[in-house]
Write a protein that binds this ligand. Structure first.
Ligand code: IPD
Ligand code: CA
Ligand code: CA
Length: 280
């Protein structure tokens, strides 16, 4: 995956405004959510594609739905999607897709799952939506246009990060799964847990990021390199007034090994300092 600074005009309808593109992103989240709900207790065949990493029939169907609609409307755009793969375009527009985030939850009808849809132009995420249909919420953001939670009634509530400035006052979201490089003892995550107020492990990186933007969490730690999981967090949190970086304080990029998101600079600096105490 590579990033370029140059951002030429993207493909798609010539007169497309950012608002129209954004409306389409939300429509996609809605459509994927309807599919998820229609199969809530019927995930179909479940396969373990890697240890502790599931894919259901609904992941594949949701991905097909998203990709076919994007291809129909924006045939020139690049797509990077979790199950089908793809590339990030170095020069044009790219769609980053996680057709079901929180598959292990979805597979047992736990309500904490979502679809993650992001639009990237060069190194910027310009649009993002996290649709959590079982919660009745679509969290979405447009670069420079703010972040919102849209409830099932269609009402849009602006998102604002929380006010905690110290780990000791913070709710920390992180998924702890003991596998390979995601081993939490090695990256300082457990030390953050020790120093915070409460820990939340949701099983969905997309919802975790959206909940930070909404002020339900104060710190979010993601320790994998999966751009489709973290791109929505990067935009939602920035638009809701928070801070985003990689796990050592540099800019989060598509190639980063993880993402740290927090409410503000003070809390971010403390979380980075504690993460750095990990064994590496
Ligand atoms: C997973 C979830 C989970 C996170 C894993 C992801 P998936 O995504 O976001 O919260 O801890 O790292 O792989 O596989 O359900 O799309
Ligand atoms: Ca995911
Ligand atoms: Ca997924």
């Amino acid at each position: 995956m590579s990033i370029s600074d140059s951002v030429p005009a993207p493909g798609g309808p010539a007169d497309e405004s950012p608002e129209k593109l954004h409306a389409f992103v939300r429509e996609l989240a809605q459509a994927a959510g309807e599919l998820h709900l229609s199969r809530l207790t019927d995930p179909g065949k479940i396969r373990e594609k890697a240890p502790k990493d599931l894919v259901t029939e609904v992941d594949l169907l949701s991905e097909e739905l998203l990709i076919s609609r994007i291809r129909e409307r924006y045939p020139e755009d690049a797509i990077l999607s979790e199950e089908q793969g793809g590339e990030i375009s170095p020069t044009g527009r790219t769609w980053l897709l996680d057709p079901v985030d929180g598959t292990a939850n979805f597979a047992r009808a736990n309500p904490l799952f979502c679809v993650c849809i992001s639009v990237a132009e060069g190194d910027r995420i310009t649009h993002a939506a996290v649709g959590a249909p079982r919660l009745g919420d679509i969290y979405h953001a447009r670069l420079g246009g703010g972040a919102y939670r849209e409830s099932a009634s269609g009402k849009a509530h602006p998102l604002r990060v929380g006010s905690a400035e110290r780990l000791a006052d913070s709710f920390v979201g992180a998924d702890v799964s003991y596998r390979g490089s995601n081993e939490p003892r090695k990256n300082g995550t457990l030390e953050v847990f020790k120093r915070c107020w409460q820990v939340r492990s949701l099983g969905s990186a997309g919802i975790r990021g959206a909940w930070l933007a909404a002020g339900y969490l104060d710190v979010s730690i993601g320790t994998r390199n999966t751009a489709w999981d973290y791109a929505p967090t990067a935009l939602l949190v920035a638009e809701a007034g928070g801070q985003v970086s990689n796990l050592t304080g540099g800019p989060w990029t598509y190639d980063s090994d993880g993402l740290l998101a927090t409410n503000n600079e003070t809390l971010h600096a403390e979380a980075l300092e504690v993460l750095a105490t990990g064994e590496g």
